[in-house]
Ligand binder design. Structure first.
Ligand code: CP
Ligand code: NVA
Length: 315
């Protein structure tokens, strides 16, 4: 098999996503039925965390064990990565001992350098620029709720023509939504405060056709099929926290914004959330919110992703 990494959303094709969503649904069913499924027996995943995590750690670790494999958990503080061992050397060494690597780090350049020197597939578990595993889970969750085809399968073709409203920071999640929209044919309505806009070059998209910018977040939400947001201050930007709290005050997803969206619109948040900042409690804990499904689905889609990167099209 050729070595395939998952460093950004555009690393896979629309057709590969269709496959992954189908596999994720099957793998999820097996999990719910307590059916043993160990295609990755004797395989090892190294997880490298240079930033904090709850969901990413638990979903990859539990997911890998459920597939019959094992995991090694590494952080900057307890490895030589924190003592300036070059990323290239770390990649060469770690990838001789494990079958798969997941990294959460700062700059995208770091994960790209690691991948370049890795003998095994590398998965992006979040960088400053992208969070592809999260959008994979978000799209799967949307399809579960709104996009089953006649055979009851999650079908990304049904995303075409849909509108996602992004309210908040033009961050790693926003960039990844833009990549997904360009690849899968839906639209993103983006509203960010001035100075925190998305940047097409950073997002790595070819054109501006798949997104539209709105000054007022209410306008971004109008007619949307999905309203989504994220923390005002992402990991690594904590020094800007006070300033951001002031600038982002009007970018709080509230019931009025949800009312401007389609009546059947869903609400998503990758979590962790700050109620009263980027989202009102009434929205995140309300009937349109699917945040718990969204979090759980991280595990199911990543199991499908790990299966695909290591074994190709099985099943
Ligand atoms: N959504 C997400 O990636 O959560 P964690 O930071 O807890 O991993
Ligand atoms: N944008 C957030 C996502 C956390 C899962 C961050 O990078 O901190």
């Amino acid at each position: 098999m050729t070595l395939q990494h998952y460093l950004q959303f555009s690393d896979l094709t629309a057709e590969e996503y269709a496959w992954l969503f189908r596999r994720a649904a099957i793998i999820k069913q097996k999990f719910k039925a307590y059916e043993k499924y160990h295609p990755l027996a004797d395989r090892t995943l190294a997880m490298i965390f240079e930033k904090a995590s709850t969901r990413t750690r638990v979903s990859f670790e539990a997911g890998m064990y459920q597939l019959g494999g094992s995991v090694v958990h590494l952080t900057t503080g307890d490895t030589q990565l924190g003592r300036a061992e070059p990323i290239e050397d770390s990649a060469k060494v770690i990838s001789r001992m494990v079958d798969l690597v997941m990294i959460r780090t700062f700059g995208q350049d770091k994960i790209e350098r690691f991948a370049k020197h890795s003998r095994v597939p590398v998965i992006n578990g979040l960088t400053n620029e992208f969070h592809p595993c999260q959008i994979l889970a978000d799209l799967f969750t949307f399809l579960e709720h709104r996009g089953a085809n006649a055979q009851g399968q999650p079908d990304p073709a049904l995303l075409k023509g849909k509108t996602v409203a992004w309210v908040g920071d033009g961050n790693n999640m926003a960039n990844t939504w833009l990549q997904a929209a360009e690849l899968l044919g839906f639209k993103v309505h983006v509203s960010t405060p001035t100075g925190y806009e998305v940047d097409q070059a950073v997002a790595g998209i070819r054109s501006g056709d798949s997104y539209k910018v709105f000054k007022d977040p209410m306008d971004a939400c109008r007619g949307a099929d999905l309203v989504t947001t994220d923390v005002w201050t992402s990991m690594g930007y904590e020094a800007e926290n006070e300033e951001r709290r002031k600038v982002f005050a009007n970018w709080c997803v509230d019931t009025e914004m949800m009312a401007a969206a389609r009546p059947d619109a869903l609400f998503m948040h990758c979590l962790p959330a700050h109620r009263g900042e980027e989202v009102e409690a009434e929205v995140i804990d309300g009937p349109q919110s699917v945040v718990w499904d969204e979090a759980e689905n991280r595990m199911h889609v990543q199991k499908a992703l790990m299966e695909y990167l290591l074994l190709g099209r099985v099943g």
